[in-house]
Design a protein around this ligand. Sequence first.
Ligand code: TRP
Length: 337
Amino acid sequence: MNKKTVLTGITTTGTPHLGNYVGAIRPAIAASKNAELTPFYFLADYHALIKCQQPELVKQSSLEIAATWLALGLDTSNAVFYRQSDVPEIMELTWMLTCVTAKGLMNRSHAYKAVVAENEQAKDQDPDKGITMGLFSYPVLMAADILMFNAHQVPVGKDQIQHIEMARDIASRFNHIYGEHFTLPKAIIDDNSATLLGLDGRKMSKSYNNTIPLFAPEKKLKKLINKIKTNSLEPGEPKEPDNCTLFSTYKAFASTSEVENVRKLYAEGIAWGEMKKLLFEHINEQVAPARERYDTLLKAPKHIEEELLEGAKKARAISKPFIKELRKAVGISTISI
Ligand code: TRP
């Protein structure tokens, strides 16, 4: 059987929240148990430096993200779970790819263009204000992450599709010049996975500051769920479940029959306080066992480190011979006498 390689990276800025969990982490953990796939999941710590220049935050986030994935039962006997910075071949490949990447291609990157557009809005401002070469050429680093392991499938959010297309372009260019070395990756967008809404009803996102941390202590979880915005309908008044943040959040954690039951409660006029209580209990029940493992892991981070080093070993068993092949392909090698 030819196993498909699935690869995705998690930028190590911030603490995982419920939105990350239902949108990305939960499906990735499920895939880690699928024997027909070889998943590569990594902490994208070099990507973190593009967005965050606070060393303590980058470090803490790496720890929290690794602990989260392990606590949720990532199957590291099947999946390769590593830190990007533990695989130096990725950086070497980044340069090789940089040298075949058209600057014009990078000029079209949404991530970079968004910042330019913001600068252009402000009068008398250099359009490149605050734009580092890291931000500008970040799609090349991402292409190296993917091509290093010849990933077939890359599960990502919609905002990342362009980067996967760029990785394909870059891979084709390299293959054209130096011969067929790279598999062309495909973006996988999971339309079934939910996009969670945040406390204020907008998409749950760190940049909106409206998140609920996945492993917030029980009391805090309750407090935050109580803060979710609702309309001002009184208890007893029938309520509309669709377009309700509480309902859509519940849906992301419940079975079809549970959802149908709650739909009835809305029609019967459940009080917002009741619904919040129900939602808290439902989510808490699902995350509590993993939260306990998470807390234990954070108290003994040695185990996390061991897992990551083991993952890096597996990753480098592939990247080391591959970079050797690529060096040869581009003409970087010892002098043959
Ligand atoms: N840039 C991605 C994000 O912000 C994270 C990432 C880094 C990634 N390298 C990757 C995702 C490689 C998929 C494949 O979400």
